[in-house]
Design a protein around this ligand. Sequence first.
Ligand SMILES: Nc1ncnc2c1ncn2[C@@H]1O[C@H](COP(=O)(O)OP(=O)(O)OP(=O)(O)O)[C@@H](O)[C@H]1O
Length: 269
Amino acid sequence: MTETETNMTRPVLEARGIVRRFGGITAVDGVDVTVGQGEIVGLIGPNGSGKSTMVNLLTGELAPDKGTIRFAGKDITGVAPYRRARLGIARSFQMLRMFTSMSVEDNMLTATHIHMKRGLLSSLLNLPSARAEEDEVRARARDLLAMFELEQFAGRPVTALSIGQQRMVELARGVLSGPKLFLLDEPAAGLAPPNVDRLIALIKRMRDEFGISILLIEHDMRVVRELCDRVVVLDSGELIAEGHPETVVNDPAVIEAYIGKGWSRRAQA
Ligand SMILES: Nc1ncnc2c1ncn2[C@@H]1O[C@H](COP(=O)(O)OP(=O)(O)OP(=O)(O)O)[C@@H](O)[C@H]1O
């Protein structure tokens, strides 16, 4: 049995038969998505094909009308979003969500409260145990800011950074929360080409050095081709193709789905 087959027998994420309707629209229509341990899976498809809805179903921000979601061996279909985060599901957003009044470092630290062992009271009382834990978390935050080449911005207001840099803060914050699975919603959107290269390298490091499995929504096909082990393609809420990126982008059903909806130059590049 190959390593990939072994990984696929024990996926970290296993969503089966997922259906989600909004009034008369079936945004996700009986979709299966799995992510193996240490796998990077691309979730692609034309605009409105159901990708963001699928991610919102996986994080628990939306509930499915049908189907089951298993994560790290547990059925999490009815589990609340904050509990899924605690179990190890992190996400980034298409539109950045930062605490705009806080510094870069304090934005990072917001990721860790979900796992803090000491309670709020010991933090408020400034007990040594709480201080030690906070010092340790700050040290890890600084290491990650260095990895993401952001350490010189640690004390700056997050809003002083460019959108590309804020995107990096969001990724670093996600890694700091110690996820098993990171759901990335268009991480390359709005990045200049050299920053896309850096992003690709950083996402590989997230997997290789931190063991994080990744499900990635992305329109930039270079990112998909260079990063993804496997790609799942949605069209009008249905899964129309799945496989290696090079196979999938040449699949006639996939080409038709994109051409029919205006295959953009961005997607073909
Ligand atoms: N909250 C909602 N209420 C009503 N309809 C919705 C809602 N969210 C999504 N939809 C509809 O569900 C379908 C799938 O939308 P979704 O945003 O998941 O697609 P997408 O593939 O992520 O698109 P994009 O690439 O443009 O982000 C669309 O027809 C959309 O209009």
